[in-house]
Design a protein around this ligand. Structure first.
Ligand code: PAF
Length: 282
C-alpha cells in the first residue's frame, strides 16, 4: 500500500493512473476502522483497478467538541487492516492539507430539506462539514466510484446531492450496513461501549426487524412507540429520534399510506455514546 500525506503527490499519482484508463475507487473514512469499512474496500477492489482509502477525522463535521476529542484514533491498527485488505493507497492528510485557508473551512452548501431533519436537526452544521471535507477529498482523489455505507443513510443522500451539485462524474455506490453477529450495526463508536451494552444494543436491530415483519398501514405509529419503549427498557437512556420516513426524501411519516417506500431511522444514547442505525422496510 502506498501512503500519501500530501494532496499534490496523491493527485499526481491519480493522474498517472487515470491516464492509463485505470478505474479509481475511493473509500473516505475517519479511521478507527472495522469490518464495515473493510467491506467497502473489498467492494471497491471488485469493481475498480485502484482503491484509495482516506483517513481524516474531520473537525468541521463535529458539532460537539467533546465528541471530536473522544473520537477513537487507532492509526497503526487501521494501517494493518488496510494492508491485510490489500488496499492500494492510503491518504492520510493533515488538517492544513485539507483546509489550507479560511475560505476552505467556511463554505456553505444548499442541501435543502434533507439538512433540516433527523441528523440535520440534531447536529446543526454536521452535513455542511461533511460536504466540505468530501468535496475537497473528491477534488484530490478524483475517483470514478465512491463507496459509502448505508449505516449513514442520510449522509448517503447528502453526498449524492453534493456530487450532483459538483456536477462530478462520480458513481456513488451505497453498500449494505455491516453488523455484528447479534445485529448491532458496526461503528467506530461501539469501541466506547461496555461488553454488556454491546450485547444489549442488539435491541435496535431486533426492533427494526419486528417493524419490518409486522408493518401495515394501520399499525405503523404503534409499532414505532413499542420500538422506542424497547430501547428505553434495554439500556438506552435518550432517543433523539426513532421515526419512519420516506426512503427517498426522508420526509418523516406518521401515517403510512401502505405504499410509499419506508426507512426507519434511529439515533439513541447509551453509556454516553450516540448510536445511529436504519433499515429500509419495504
Ligand atoms: O462517514 C464518515 O466516516 C465521514 O462522515 C466521512 C464521509 C469520511 C467524511 O468525513
Amino acid at each position: 500500500m502506498i501512503l500519501f500525506k500530501l494532496a499534490s503527490q496523491l493527485q499526481q499519482f491519480i493522474q498517472q493512473q487515470r491516464a492509463q484508463s485505470k478505474i479509481v475507487g475511493f473509500v473516505p473514512t475517519m479511521g478507527a476502522l472495522h469490518q464495515g469499512h473493510i467491506s467497502l474496500i473489498n467492494k471497491s477492489k471488485t469493481q475498480c483497478d485502484v482503491t484509495v482509502c482516506s483517513i481524516f477525522v474531520n473537525p468541521t463535521q463535529f458539532n460537539d467538541a467533546k465528541d471530536f476529542e473522544k473520537y477513537p484514533v487507532t492509526i497503526e491498527q487501521d494501517i494493518y487492516m488496510l494492508e491485510m485488505a490489500k488496499c492500494d493507497v492510503l491518504f492520510l492528510p493533515s488538517v492544513e492539507e485539507i483546509y489550507p485557508n479560511e475560505i476552505a473551512k467556511n463554505k456553505q452548501y444548499d442541501l435543502g430539506f434533507i439538512e433540516t431533519v433527523f441528523e440535520g436537526a440534531y447536529r446543526p452544521g454536521h452535513f455542511n462539514g461533511v460536504c466540505m471535507v468530501v468535496e475537497r477529498l473528491l477534488h484530490i482523489v478524483n475517483p470514478n466510484q465512491l463507496f459509502l455505507g448505508q449505516k449513514d443513510y442520510q449522509q448517503c443522500i447528502v453526498i449524492k446531492r453534493l456530487v450532483e451539485l459538483m456536477k462530478a462524474e462520480i458513481e456513488v455506490v451505497i453498500c449494505p450496513t455491516s453488523r455484528e453477529e447479534n445485529g448491532l450495526a458496526m461503528s467506530s463508536r461501539n469501541k466506547r461501549l461496555s461488553d454488556e451494552m454491546k450485547d444489549r444494543a442488539k435491541i435496535i436491530y431486533q426492533s427494526f426487524n419486528k417493524i419490518k415483519k409486522d408493518i401495515a398501514a394501520n399499525n405503523a405509529a404503534e409499532l414505532v412507540i413499542t420500538a422506542k419503549e424497547s430501547l428505553l427498557q434495554n439500556g438506552f437512556d435518550k432517543i433523539d429520534y426513532l421515526s419512519l420516513a420516506n426512503a427517498k426524501t426522508l420526509a418523516p411519516i406518521a401515517l403510512w399510506d401502505g405504499n410509499t417506500q419506508l426507512v426507519i431511522l434511529v439515533a439513541a444514547f447509551t453509556e454516553g455514546v450516540r448510536l445511529i442505525d436504519n433499515m429500509v422496510l419495504n
